[in-house]
Design a protein around this ligand. Structure first.
Ligand code: BES
Ligand code: MN
Ligand code: MN
Length: 455
């Protein structure tokens, strides 16, 4: 296939373009990067235009959406190709071995914020499309590209964009490359993503920070009260105690549990990778199940009082914590937020004021394995990697997957090529350029195979 030859010959150019893309600090969560978001969107527009497409920028109340469509073959399916050009904040900066926005290649790994999540993976699709356009003059499938700038901030404005442009976005399936392989040389097709529900709790005590000698022992300490509340959110079996939390959970089927036990998961290597002394989680489930197929509640941050140098003897006036819960099929983020809110209120003692705020989040995303497009995806991976893909559940969330189903009525193929330990959201994020290459090849095969499936 000419496209494959082109991809092979031009691989170094693809890497160069990726480097330029990675230099733009498109951190969606931080307002100081507002202009960088714009710059990043424009960079992608220029690249798509150079390839021969007619991209457009759609403004939103947040960051812009980059859009391009290509309709050429009425016999072939139309794929919605989605990715995100926004990245997570880089802190703690001092832990980066090279600056996060100065991409550096070390032993086939591209180090930079966003290399795996998700700029490297959106470039896989750009490279595959370019390879067809610059050789065969056309791409075998029809497609509509959405590169959004708000995935890391819950795709805040994308639902509205989809609603407003439902007709324009009509398609037969969605393809997202924003998930991970199972490990080195272990390509995977992801069959589910967890959802997410988000909350924050603030405990307010005295009207100001007080001298802990003069007042301590008689006045409630908001940090103690907060910790008491948090400690009650799990029981000794590490189950979440929020009443009703598990009510809607669909248990993993026996056949799937069995299948997951056959995955080449190395628990010792996993423990070594995370670097903690031991592993712990919900009783009755394996590590793999705990981190992908079971719902969780995590405290992401806790704040309040004095944590600076030396000692400051105070009773703090207030304390707070940020909470997220990962959800599995049939759990609803709004309902779960309501349950948590109610329980936190019940746990609150009368002598402090407890404020809870919640923000819905995202529903879990499921991929139907029965969809014949999944077979095309598996065959494409086989061609690109010389290996069959594993079927895996992913613990992370991609909010838009379920929305594609609800608004556009389509299934998504999760066609991702990051490594599970690629430091997404952490310092020293990396993307393996060998997987970049095999990802591009697999994607070229995928487009070809999808085109053979008449619609
Ligand atoms: N690409 C990730 C999701 C992911 C993580 C897939 C790990 C596979 C493996 C995505 O960019 C992400 O980080 N999502 C957020 C969504 C949240 C901010 C609403 C997440 O999961 O925390
Ligand atoms: Mn991502
Ligand atoms: Mn991410």
């Amino acid at each position: 296939m000419k496209a494959l030859e082109y991809a092979d010959k031009n691989f170094d150019n693809f890497v160069q373009v990726l480097i330029e893309l990675l230099k733009i600090p498109s951190v969606s969560a931080q307002s100081e990067h507002k202009d960088d978001m714009k710059k990043c969107a424009e960079f992608l527009v220029d690249k798509l235009r150079w390839m021969g497409l007619e991209p457009k920028i759609f403004e939103t109340p947040g960051h812009p959406v980059v859009y391009a469509e290509y309709i050429n073959n009425p016999q072939a399916p139309t794929a919605l190709i989605y990715g995100h050009y926004d990245v997570q904040p880089v802190d703690p900066l001092e832990l980066w071995e090279s600056p996060p926005f100065e991409p550096k290649i070390v032993e086939d790994k591209m180090y930079a914020r966003g290399s795996a999540d998700d700029k490297g993976q959106i470039m896989i699709h750009a490279a595959a499309i370019e390879s067809f356009l610059k050789t065969e003059g056309s791409v075998p499938i029809n497609f509509k590209i959405i590169f959004e700038g708000e995935e890391e901030i819950q795709s805040a404005h994308l639902d509205t964009f989809l609603e407003e442009h439902k007709d324009m976005l009509k398609c037969d399936l969605a393809i997202i490359s924003d998930t991970a392989m199972f490990g080195r040389d272990l390509p995977a097709l992801t069959v589910s993503l967890r959802g997410i529900a988000i909350a924050e709790i603030k405990v307010v005590g005295p009207n100001r920070d007080l001298h802990s000698g003069s007042y301590g022992g008689a006045v409630p300490n908001p940090i103690h009260e907060l910790c008491n509340i948090i400690a009650k959110l799990h029981d000794d079996d590490h189950k979440v105690t929020v009443p009703g939390f598990y009510d809607d959970v669909v248990d993993v089927a026996d056949w799937e549990r069995e299948e997951s036990r056959k995955l080449p998961f190395d628990e010792k290597a996993f423990l070594l990778e995370v670097g903690s002394k031991g592993l712990v989680g919900e009783k009755g489930y394996t590590t793999l199940e705990r981190k992908s197929a079971r719902p969780t509640l995590e405290i992401n941050g806790i704040y309040g009082g004095y944590s600076g140098e030396g000692t400051k003897t105070i009773i703090p006036s207030w304390a707070g914590a940020k909470i997220t819960m990962r959800l599995v099929p049939k759990q609803d983020p709004v309902k779960i937020c309501g349950l948590l809110q109610k329980y936190l209120t019940e746990l609150s003692p009368a002598w402090v004021d407890v404020q809870v705020t919640t923000s819905g989040g995202a529903k879990p995303g499921m991929v139907s394995r029965e969809n014949p497009m999944m077979q095309a995806a598996a065959d494409a991976i086989q061609e690109g990697f010389g290996k069959e893909p594993l079927y895996t559940r992913e613990g992370g969330s991609i909010p838009i997957v379920n929305v594609f189903k609800e608004i556009l009525g389509v299934d998504t193929i999760l066609f991702g090529f990051a490594q599970p330990d690629s430091n997404e959201h952490s310092p020293n994020e990396w993307f393996d350029l060998r997987d970049f290459k095999r990802g591009i090849n697999s994607t070229i095969h995928l487009y070809k195979k999808l085109a053979e499936m008449k619609v």
